[in-house]
Ligand binder design. Structure first.
Ligand code: C5P
Length: 236
């Protein structure tokens, strides 16, 4: 693999082995098309187009490896089979990464519109010495903690809360240590790093890095792409 001028290898793991049940599309979520292009392909191409990612390891359901390969011809991509939950899928992706990687990103295939500058900010922060970096946004809604019956127990101080996106960036050895140290499934990779007591730092995220989880999110993504066809999506 030829290295671009950005420096030592940056490898991105894309967990894309989810079933997509909440989306209700009848196919694994990463294979759902957005304006004619599967989410997975948009996510991979977005990372590569950022100019700071050298190689992607795509993790898909075991019976979709050949299909994913066929969707990604001519790209610096390795496709591997995933596991039962997101944590197991990322672990499978990590085992496919060679020893020369300097930065590992983990990026949800379900965030197909993530802008390149978010990716660049994460990589830059890891290169500057942070062992683990996550892109975040402030939380605009008031957040309440409720009991099993839905009765409010408390109101959380939202000024200290952040919504966490991907790509999350790591020094490879630190992420491997985190995966070796914490077998419990987590909803994000930085959570594993937190669990072994390492610091996790933040950089600004972007609303366009939202995760496509429900049919509503899919509609929003389609509308954004339709708008982008008419002109660039405006930063607010
Ligand atoms: O389910 P959720 O939306 O949180 O999934 C986040 C990402 O993790 C998605 O890109 C999904 O494909 C991936 N995933 C995976 N393996 C699983 C479950 C989820 O790679 N077993």
């Amino acid at each position: 693999m030829e290295r671009p001028a950005v420096g030592p290898a940056v490898v991105a793991v894309l967990p894309a082995a989810g079933s997509g049940l909440r989306l209700g599309a009848g196919v694994p979520k990463a294979f759902v098309e957005l304006a004619g292009v599967p989410m997975l392909v948009r996510a991979v191409d977005g990372l590569l187009a950022s100019g700071v990612v050298d190689h992607a390891v795509v993790v898909v359901p075991g019976d979709q490896v050949a299909a994913a390969d066929a969707l990604l011809p001519g790209r610096p991509v390795t496709v591997v089979a995933g596991g039962a939950d997101r944590t197991a899928s990322v672990a499978a992706g990590l085992s496919a990464i060679g020893p020369d990687a300097e930065v590992v990103l983990v990026h949800d295939a379900a965030r197909p519109l993530t802008p390149g500058p978010v990716v660049a900010r994460v990589v830059e922060a890891v290169r500057a010495g942070a062992p683990a970096v996550v892109p975040v946004l402030p939380v605009p809604d008031t957040i309440k903690q409720v009991d099993d019956a839905g009765v409010v127990m408390s109101t959380v101080d939202r000024s200290a809360l952040r919504a966490v996106q991907t790509p999350q960036g790591f020094r490879p050895a630190d992420l491997r240590r985190a995966y070796a140290g914490t077998p419990d499934p987590r909803t994000d990779d930085a959570g594993l790093v937190e669990a072994i007591g390492d610091p996790v730092t933040t950089v600004p995220g972007d609303p366009l890095a939202f995760k496509v989880t429900t049919a509503w999110d899919l509609r929003i993504a389609q509308l954004l792409l339709a708008g982008a066809a008419a002109g660039p999506v405006e930063r607010i």
